[in-house]
Write a protein that binds this ligand. Structure first.
Ligand code: AN7
Length: 338
């Protein structure tokens, strides 16, 4: 039997027994201690591996709730704007539910793994000649005109599902944690974590990190042309702006920026020194911890929001290449030992 977050946390979610549940067994992801990162950061760091969700990102927690609610309401189609992971997750859960799905992505700015997922699950993939912010504005207008359910994180069911990651962290650490580092794009996830922590009676500092070229919350103004190699968080006008700022302020946290260079350095460090492959956007939280510290925290959780395999082009483009070798023992010996 599939046992996802709705079944596990039904008493804290807006779903009654007997309501339809569309699940792929999301949630219950690993929380692992990171000894080398802890040593470098000077604080005990735990990593929440959200890439271990069914479609490889944290979006699945919010998609099981959003799509289940859409089915309950009698919807036959769902739509989202996306930098990639929401699209992949929406496509999978819509396929599972037998709903039609359209995803609107910024043309040329979505990672290959995510595009592959949306396509293979049978979503209608629309490559918009604009950025994510323009795509979200358009789909919000679209659902005013058409009976299609919007599954972006402006949908409150998304936050309800995503707050369950905070429940898991509280359970795993018996509530003992001082700060949480998160990458921030459309600002739904940091809002959802704060909701989950406050419902659990905990108040860790929420430390949000944006890419320098896409840091509206840090600048205090929308960014018209956001840029970063971390395409997942290439967002200039977050929909959950106020809620996210409130989460950071109320928890005594902050929002800060990290450069693409710092993101890539943290990404390589996690892969090479901790054995954990996350996507570039996910490394922004770790880069932020390394660059800005975690104030007086003793124990920190960094949320690694998506799997590294989502973006093979960045991975291969930033690593030493494979070594070509003739099929002879001496050549192989040289290649292995050099
Ligand atoms: C790996 O898929 O916005 O601050 O359309 O894919 O809740 O937006 C993805 C965002 C962090 C930021 N890490 O979360 C989308 C999308 C990864 C992400 C974020 C995203 P939010």
């Amino acid at each position: 039997m599939v046992n996802g977050i709705i079944e596990r946390y039904r008493d804290r979610l807006p779903f009654a027994p007997g309501d339809p549940v569309v699940s792929l067994g999301e949630g219950n992801t690993p929380l692992v201690l990171a000894p080398r990162l802890s040593e470098r950061a000077g604080v005990e760091v735990w990593l929440k591996l959200e890439g271990a969700n069914p479609t490889g990102s944290f979006k699945d927690r919010g998609m099981t709730t959003a799509v289940s609610a859409a089915v309950r309401e009698g919807a036959t189609a769902v739509v989202c704007a996306s930098t990639g992971n929401t699209a992949a997750s929406a496509a999978a859960y819509a396929a599972r539910a037998g709903l039609r799905c359209a995803v609107v992505v910024p043309e040329g700015n979505i990672a290959m793994g995510k595009l592959a997922q949306a396509l293979v699950h049978g979503a209608r993939v629309i490559a918009l000649k604009a950025n994510f912010d323009a795509a979200l504005t358009l789909v919000r207008e679209l659902v005013e005109r058409q009976p299609i359910s919007l599954v972006n994180s402006v949908n409150d069911f998304r936050l309800q599902g995503q707050k369950t990651a905070a429940f898991e962290v509280v359970e795993a650490l018996a509530g003992e944690l001082d700060a949480v580092c998160l990458p921030v794009g459309n600002a739904g996830n940091i809002t959802a974590y704060w909701l989950g922590f406050t419902e659990s009676g905990r108040r860790p500092r929420m430390l949000g990190f944006q890419a320098e070229g896409a840091a509206p919350l840090v600048r205090g103004a929308p960014v018209e042309h956001p840029t970063t190699i971390a395409s997942a968080i290439r967002i200039g006008n977050p929909a959950r702006w106020e809620e996210a700022m409130d989460a950071m302020r109320s928890s005594g946290g902050t929002v800060a920026a990290v450069s693409d260079g710092q993101i890539l350095e943290a990404y390589r460090f996690l892969a090479g020194a901790e054995g954990i492959f996350c996507e570039p956007a996910s490394a922004a939280g770790v880069a932020g911890l390394l660059a800005h510290g975690a104030q007086d925290a003793r124990r920190v959780v960094c949320v690694l929001t998506g799997h590294g395999l989502k973006d093979p082009e960045i991975a291969v483009g930033n690593a030493a290449g494979a070594i070509s070798c003739e099929p002879e023992l001496s050549a192989l010996e040289r290649a292995v030992l050099q």
